[in-house]
Design a binder for this molecule. Structure first.
Ligand code: NOJ
Length: 538
């Protein structure tokens, strides 16, 4: 199970590296940067979608699963990427978006032709109820999840944008077509699949059930049998609504479903119930409890992903760290805390150099469909523009999607043309060229953590114990494995923290890692500087 030991790096291709001056990142651009990723030490790349797509949701709306979006290159480029990555022992994990397609996919174009069409049942159609939507299911991107189709006087379901109609997984033809498509990619030698909102495929819309529907695990077992079960690949399911119990169903060793899940319980702690746009301050005690719960309750019966951010969330250093005075210190704290827990760590592009959120002033600067729809709906309801913009600045998805910051030249080495989305203006100070020249940079912390994981089974297999559970600003834990111990301590605040006691038995101990150049620490009594982080071996 190589994927338990692996570190995954997520690439959002649109924003990674442009090679042809059109302002959009592409596959040849990624190939050019493989040596950089190799230097970082990662084992796999989760590649956000590169398939043909009209880009209503930047590639998460696929119009042809077996073709590459020409903006990103050709199928030959894709094969080259797989081959070139392999040379560096890096596997390519493709994004599998099969809860829905684009409305420009040929299946939907056919299905829309009318009720007798052989593809009609590939999607979910319902008659109007009392002249309106079949029920009150909502789309994740605002408004109803049902779109009216005049030709047939029926509605189709779209849990995301109206250009992302949901596939009907109850139809065996849909399932077998998808498995064939998956096999097409597996045969090309990919290293795995990241499965977009996979928890939704067992939905029963008439009963208002979307996530964790009754047939979900039957479908996943069938998928395992018909496709990836025959290959040594990793599969990671995006499962917003999983609990540790549910996670064991997905990823239990004898379940023949997925390698691991990617769940968001910890990422929702700073928002009001069910509404990501209404934010509240993060309670660190709750964050620690949630993370510890997953560490302990999953035990050895399932496997979890570890992440602080991805292409759908803001940058961690801006969200829960400090992206000004303590940007470097706090970025290192989050790196250490995450990479020494149990699970497979994911690094989202730019996290390894401490890239920050990008603030905007008006809605015209926003690309993301989720934010734009939310803004439109908010304005219609009479909410003030300033309030909506400040929500977008805090939690909007474009924060993660600004182009990679490679150097301090114009457009930061991302493109020679005009970037599709404005660069974060801080690229002159925060960029890869800079961090590579600075021996104590955030980049080298990530590099060190990845290397440490490779040579220390305690990181992969050790038991986890939360320390100082009720401390409001210190996050500390201990890992133990075959008589070895690892203790991690981080002060997640901008204030000094005095008289912290971590152990009664362990006194003065050598420090394995410190973001303040500490060499020794007294575990009986520590004073921690703002965002100070220490790791010791016991
Ligand atoms: C989850 C993806 O991560 C997100 O970017 C996308 O908008 C939705 N699924 C719909 O595919």
């Amino acid at each position: 199970m190589w994927w338990k030991e692996a570190v995954v790096y997520q690439i959002y291709p649109r924003s990674f590296q442009d090679s042809n001056g059109d302002g959009v990142g592409d596959i040849p651009g990624i190939i050019q940067r493989l040596d950089y990723l190799d230097q970082l030490g990662i084992d796999a790349i989760w590649l956000s979608p590169v398939y043909k797509s009209p880009n209503d949701d930047n590639g998460y709306d696929i119009s042809d699963y077996q073709a590459i979006n020409p903006e990103y290159g050709t199928m030959r480029d894709m094969e080259m990427l797989i081959e070139q990555a392999k040379k560096r022992n890096i596997k390519i994990v493709m994004d599998l978006v099969v809860n829905h397609t684009s409305d420009e996919h040929e299946w939907f174009i056919e299905a829309k032709k009318g009720q007798g069409n052989p593809y009609r049942d590939y999607y979910i159609w319902r008659d109007p109820v009392n002249g309106g939507e079949p029920n009150d299911l909502g789309s994740a991107f605002s408004g109803s999840a049902w779109a009216y189709d005049e030709t047939s006087d029926q509605y189709y379901l779209h849990l995301f944008s109206r250009k992302q109609p949901d596939l009907n997984w109850e139809n065996p033809k849909v399932r077998s077509n998808i498995y064939n498509m998956m096999n097409f990619w597996l045969e090309k030698g990919i290293g795995g699949l990241r499965m977009d909102v996979i928890d939704l495929i067992g939905k029963e819309p008439d009963r208002g059930i979307t996530a964790n529907g009754p047939n979900l695990h039957t479908y996943l077992q069938e998928m395992h049998k018909e496709s990836f079960g025959k290959y040594d690949v990793m599969t990671v399911g995006e499962t917003w609504s999983a609990t540790p119990e549910i996670a064991k169903l997905y990823s239990g060793q004898d379940r023949d479903e997925l390698s691991m899940i990617f769940q968001f319980e910890h990422m929702m702690l700073d928002q009001e119930e069910g509404n990501k746009w209404e934010q509240k301050p993060l309670d660190l005690v709750k964050l620690k409890r949630v993370l510890a719960k997953w560490q302990v309750e999953l035990g050895d019966d399932g496997w979890n992903s570890l992440f602080w951010n991805n292409h759908d969330t803001p940058r961690i250093v801006s969200r829960w760290g400090n992206d000004r005075k303590y940007r470097e210190e706090s970025a290192k704290c989050f790196a250490v805390l995450l990479h020494l827990m149990k699970g497979t760590p994911y690094i989202y592009q730019g996290e390894e150099i401490g890239m920050t959120n990008n603030l905007i002033n008006e809605i015209e600067e926003v690309d993301d469909i989720e934010s734009r729809n939310m803004y439109k709906e908010g304005i219609q309801k009479g909410i003030k523009s300033d309030h909506l913009i400040s929500s977008i600045n805090r939690i909007g998805r474009d924060n993660a999607r600004t182009p990679m910051q490679w150097n301090s030249k114009k457009f930061s080495g991302f493109t020679e043309g005009k970037p599709w989305l404005k660069l974060n203006p801080n690229y002159e100070e925060i960029n890869i060229e800079c961090v590579l020249n600075q021996p104590d940079s955030i980049f080298y912390t990530y590099q060190e953590l990845i290397a440490y994981r490779k040579s220390h089974p305690i990181v992969v297999h050790g038991d986890f114990n939360l320390l100082l559970e009720n401390h409001r600003t210190i996050f500390a834990y201990q890992r133990t494995y075959q008589g070895n111990k690892l203790i991690v301590i981080a002060n997640l605040s901008e204030h000094q923290s005095d008289d912290v006691q971590l152990s009664e038995s362990l006194g003065l101990t050598a420090v394995l890692f410190s973001n303040y150049a500490r060499i020794k620490v007294d575990l009986k009594k520590i004073s921690l500087a703002p965002y100070e982080c220490i790791v010791v071996e016991g």
